[in-house]
Design a protein around this ligand. Structure first.
Ligand code: ADP
Ligand code: MG
Length: 378
């Protein structure tokens, strides 16, 4: 799987899979890398994601037999429902729950679901911290609503993910998949939903390294962090940690104090990173990213040995200006910022050393800021 899905092949595959189906339309929704601002979105804080050039593609066409059908190229499996059963399907811990989740959310909005054949194919690695789930959710929302004017695609896709997985995720992943722009990250204030593009300096490459691990406790720890942040806010008498300041947190219980300190300092780092990016200060951007990792590791306590190792390894490569874990933590990926001429040196170092450390081969990918979701065929 490489960036730039071959659309004619996708359409051909769709016709082979569903010979009786109508004229297909292909929707693309990208994954994302969040440059800085981790574990801040559910605290109504600041984030700075960019959409990447790896995307999920959902091809859709009307079917004639009153069914909704979805085939995932990644799972090589088809699932189908009768339309009249859709409202009552229960999640079963299967990838197709994601399709069902979008269906419920659209039905709740009064948007009818027609009999449709779907082909899902994604370049975004599943579970690699690049948000394949939001890319899928956004592409499915566009496909099943036919991008009906006036709908809040990101909000609906987020509601679907929360419904399906039961994870209280923030809006960032779906938002950036919809709003991404080539060459720019998007500064998003999760409290006001105000946002603006932040052009990225060209002399800064961004490399994502997939640790290939996802520890069992990732989901439960995420829930715990959400709950701890809510508790810290409550103890401080504010609606969310977004309204808290460092000077207030001394009296908190030590664990809650660390969580609050992460969130408050991370919001500040996002602002500083935006200033550094605008000034073309690549070294400054890198330092902030590394500080973000230290805060995630020591205060928010969501890193793990593999992620720490990958960050350390990257930082030891000449030309790398900063590195941190990205995503929820306990596995997934790391990000490194570096001089573009040093990408191969980083790849080589990380591949060799991580294999020695863990026995696994990490996936290493250069990420470029790319456009948000849209119809790409016809
Ligand atoms: P991430 O979003 O970081 O990639 P998640 O665990 O949140 O990881 O989402 C991965 C899940 O999303 C998969 O297990 C699957 O249920 C669903 N998913 C993502 N992409 C696809 C796809 N192409 N086909 C089917 N399901 C997918
Ligand atoms: Mg996800």
């Amino acid at each position: 799987m490489s960036a730039g899905m071959n659309l004619p092949d996708t359409v051909r595959q769709f016709r082979d899979l569903y010979p009786a189906s109508g004229e297909p339309v292909v929707w693309r929704a990208p994954g994302r890398v969040n440059l800085i601002g981790e574990h801040t979105d559910y605290n109504l804080g600041l984030v700075l994601p960019m959409a990447i050039d790896l995307a999920c593609y959902v091809t859709a066409a009307p079917s004639k037999d009153g069914r909704l059908r979805a085939y995932s190229q990644q799972f090589q499996e088809v699932v189908e429902w009768r339309l009249e059963d859709l409202a009552a399907i229960a999640p079963r811990g299967h990838w197709s729950d994601r399709v069902a989740g979008v269906v419920w959310v659209l039905l709740r909005q009064g948007i009818p679901i027609n009999a449709t054949d779907l082909l899902i194919d994604s370049e975004v690695p599943l579970g690699g911290g690049l948000s394949s789930s939001a890319a899928l959710g956004v592409a499915l929302t566009l496909a099943l609503s036919e991008n009906r004017p006036g709908i809040d695609v990101a909000g609906l896709a987020r509601a679907a993910e929360v419904d399906t997985v039961g994870l209280p995720c923030g809006i960032m992943d779906q938002f950036i998949s919809v709003k991404g722009q080539p060459g720019a990250a998007i500064f998003l204030d999760c409290r006001s939903l105000q946002w603006h593009p932040v052009p990225l300096p060209r002399n800064c490459a961004m490399v994502v390294v997939n640790s290939m691990v996802k520890h069992e406790l990732a989901n439960s720890a995420y829930r715990t962090r959400v709950a701890e942040c809510a508790e810290a806010a409550k103890s401080l008498g504010v609606a969310s940690l977004r309204y808290a300041e460092l000077s207030q947190i001394d009296g908190l219980d030590p664990v809650l104090r660390r969580r609050a300190r992460h969130v408050i300092t991370e919001n500040n780092r996002v602002q500083e990173f935006v200033d550094a990016a605008m000034a073309g200060d690549v070294g400054g951007m890198g330092r902030l990213v590394t500080q973000s990792h230290e805060s995630l590791r020591d205060d928010h306590e969501v890193s793990c040995a593999e992620l720490d190792f990958l960050v350390e390894t990257a930082l030891n490569v000449e030309g790398v200006v900063g590195s941190r874990m990205i995503g929820g933590g306990f596995g997934g990926s790391t990000l490194a910022l570096l001089h573009p001429g040093r990408v191969e040196a980083l790849q080589a170092a990380v591949r060799t050393r991580y294999r020695e450390f863990s026995g696994m081969s990490p996936e290493v990918q250069v990420s470029r800021a790319s456009a948000g979701a849209s119809r790409v065929y016809p």
